[in-house]
Every structure is written in C-alpha cells, then in structure tokens.
Write a protein that binds this ligand. Sequence first.
Ligand SMILES: [Zn+2]
Length: 213
Amino acid sequence: MKRLSLASLAILSILALVGWGPVSHVHIAKEATKSLYYTTAQRNAVVWGSVAPDSWLIQQGSGVIHTMLHAQVFYDSLKRLAVTAEEKAFVRGYNSHLVSDPIERAYTSTKPYFGVPGELLVDIMLAKKIPSLSYVKVIPTTATKSLMIRAWQATYSGYAWQPTGAFLDSAARTFNSWISMAGWGSVSGAVRLAYADYYSYIQLSIAAARSAP
Ligand SMILES: [Zn+2]
C-alpha cells in the first residue's frame, strides 16, 4: 500500500475544514448530472467546475480569495456570462460545489479530530470504494478558464489579484495529483468508524446539487 506523500499531507492540511475533498466533489457533481445528456466536453466541464472553487485553496490555503471564489456574487457572474453548453456545464459543476460545501461543514463539525483532517481521509475512502474516480482528470479548457477570468473581472474589478490561465492550470495539476493518488491511500479503521455515516452526507450533497438552480 502506497503511503501518503508529504505533498498530499500538505494538501490535507490546507484543505482542512473547508469542504469536501476533491474526489468527493467530483463524485457529487458526476452523480448529480449523470442523467443529463452531456457530451464528453460537458462532462469534463462539470468535473473541472466541481473543484474549481477550491483552486486557490489547493495552492495557497484558505483566505480572502478562497472566500471570494465561493461567493454568491461570483457565482452569479459565472452564470450570467456562461453562454455555450460547455460553459453552462462548468457552472453546473461549480454550483454543485457551492451547495455541497455547507453540508460537509455541518457533517464534520460533529467528528473527532484525527491529527490529519479526517474529511480528507474519507475523500480517499470514496476513491477506494469507487476506483474509477481515481482515473478522473480535471481538464480546464481555454473557454472555461476564460469564463472564470471574465467572471472574476466582472465581479471584483480592480482587485489586486485575479486568476490567470497559468494559475488555473496549476490548480488542475494539483487536483489531478491528489485525485490519482487518493485511490491508493490507506484509511485507518478508526477514521473509517468515525466517518461511517459519510455516504449519507454524500447522498445529501448529491441531492442538493441535483436540485440546485
Ligand atoms: Zn470549497
């Protein structure tokens, strides 16, 4: 069994207590949209959209920009500016993230602390249970990156920082390294036990994402 690398432990610690892990977000978005007649490009856009709100978090940690990427006002800009089917699918994935993060917060607030944040270990658990998830790739396209950048400019015009294509590509690489690794990680029995109700909260998240506007 491959041990978690230092890089993945760093990801674990910066993602602590701020929402589902990347594998769970991808799973929630895929399940919420699986009955839709989507092309491959749209499905890729859903996957990328489902983790995109954590693009700052996965590289820099929590903070103001992380909050700005999760703000309703930013989401409203994304939705307003999305025109093509691919862009709309990206927004759908993005929304699945925003509606499921609060469910994760309510859930893990009841859980004991394991040293390494438990909710990221259960993210690994999900990848182990559904191995195909560890082969999922986050693929930002020129169109979806441009949508993120334009929505940021429309929402936070004049702010000192803005996302760039390179920033978003780098986030995608980090998501992909986490997701591919997650399928091989091990989860201790104690974590497994404490998070035994994990799937019911994942189902709640899927239901919320499915009925999200
Ligand atoms: Zn988030």
